[in-house]
Ligand binder design. Structure first.
Ligand SMILES: Cc1cc2nc3c(=O)[nH]c(=O)nc-3n(C[C@H](O)[C@H](O)[C@H](O)COP(=O)(O)O)c2cc1C
Length: 336
């Protein structure tokens, strides 16, 4: 399948693995890129630019396909040395960067001078248009369903994607709630040129996380995510667990007076405890509603091959069948 996204990044399939803290290590990114998608190393999981340079080099040893790096610009008291992270990306020969959080405007000249394609993750049409204006090559449109930070507008992808398609001139991928061939074909129908998946990629054999995390994804349903930090206007969708229940209780007590210090223990330093040690009740870690669609732990290649084969079947058989009458009306409730 060829789309504006496969052409932009030089990849076989229009599938991107979004940056994920303590998941987007070299093993994850290489597995996705080797399977024909765009694998992304999470820049800030590497505590220094030197460590990111090592991680890029490790990934290069595992794949000769295009890879990307995620740079997240979140509110923080001591900003990481972003120019040095960008230097590590440039010197590592990486040609794709996924930016997220705040606008990457101030770093665009450095990224563009290095010939890097920038895809900015946005949770609204207005931020997507700003990304287009400042020279981003593409946008990852992240709906309310998404794992991680859905923003404060709460617009699900069924509305957000066609709205983005109506306004944007640069290509975009659908992000949030994407799990399978049905997601991909729906995203393409709504004007996207591909899809970005986070949560679904954690439930794969290669994802370098503790087995407890994968089991938690198998056990959870679409009812098991929670929104935290809304009062701080830093909303995050996370998987429900004991630490999150305690956090929500504090949020209820404090109401609009909530401060980050009140919940610090349940939101800071949680990722290594969950992803490395498998402490599933440690606190808030991102997870999308799409967890309700996860029922197996395939290899990344099996997952991507299945998505592409089933997408073709949906388009050629189910959708075409509606038009040419080759699908029995009684069968139209299920995937062809
Ligand atoms: C465990 C986890 C960690 C994440 N960490 C980051 C991150 O550090 N930076 C970022 O831009 N997005 C992060 N995300 C968001 C993903 O890149 C992606 O946008 C999101 O997962 C898409 O929604 P989905 O989970 O429904 O597929 C994270 C998501 C998950 C599930």
């Amino acid at each position: 399948m060829k789309t504006a996204i496969t052409e932009l990044f030089g990849i076989q399939h229009p599938i991107i693995q979004g940056g994920m803290h303590y998941v987007g290590f070299a093993e994850m990114a290489a597995a996705v890129s080797n399977a024909g998608g765009l694998g992304i190393i999470t820049g800030l999981t590497q505590r220094t630019p030197e460590l990111l340079a090592n991680e890029i080099a490790r990934c290069r040893d595992m794949t000769d396909k295009p890879i990307g790096v995620n740079l997240t610009f979140l509110p923080s008291f001591t900003a990481p040395p972003y120019p040095e992270y960008i230097a590590a990306i440039r010197e590592g020969g990486v040609k794709a960067v996924e930016t997220a959080g705040r606008s990457p405007e101030q770093y665009m000249p450095a990224l563009k001078a290095a010939g890097i394609k920038v895809i900015h993750k946005c949770t609204s049409v207005r931020h997507s248009l700003k990304a287009e204006r400042i020279g981003c090559d593409a946008v990852s449109v992240d709906g309310f369903e998404c794992g991680g930070h859905p923003g404060e507008d709460d617009i699900p992808n069924m509305i957000l994607l066609p709205r983005a398609a109506d306004e944007l001139r640069i290509p975009f991928v659908a992000s949030g709630g994407m799990a399978d061939a049905r997601s991909l074909v729906a995203a393409l129908s709504m004007g996207a040129a591909g899809m970005n998946m986070g949560t679904r990629f954690i439930a794969t054999k290669e994802a370098p996380v503790h087995p407890n995390v994968k089991q938690a994804l198998l056990d959870a349903t679409e009812l098991d995510t929670r929104l935290v930090m809304r009062a701080l206007r830093n909303t995050e969708r996370v998987l429900k667990n004991k630490g999150v229940d305690e956090l929500l209780e504090i949020e209820r007590e404090k109401g609009a007076t909530l401060k980050i210090d009140d919940i610090h223990e349940r939101v800071a330093g949680v990722y290594p405890k969950v992803m490395i040690d498998g402490e599933m009740d440690a606190g808030a870690w991102s997870c999308g509603m799409v967890v309700g669609l996860i029922n197996d732990i395939p290899t990344v290649k099996e997952l991507i091959d299945r998505i592409m084969a089933e997408a073709e079947a949906i388009i050629r058989q189910r959708l075409t069948g509606f038009l040419d009458g080759t699908i029995e009306p009684a069968r139209t409730r299920a995937v062809a």
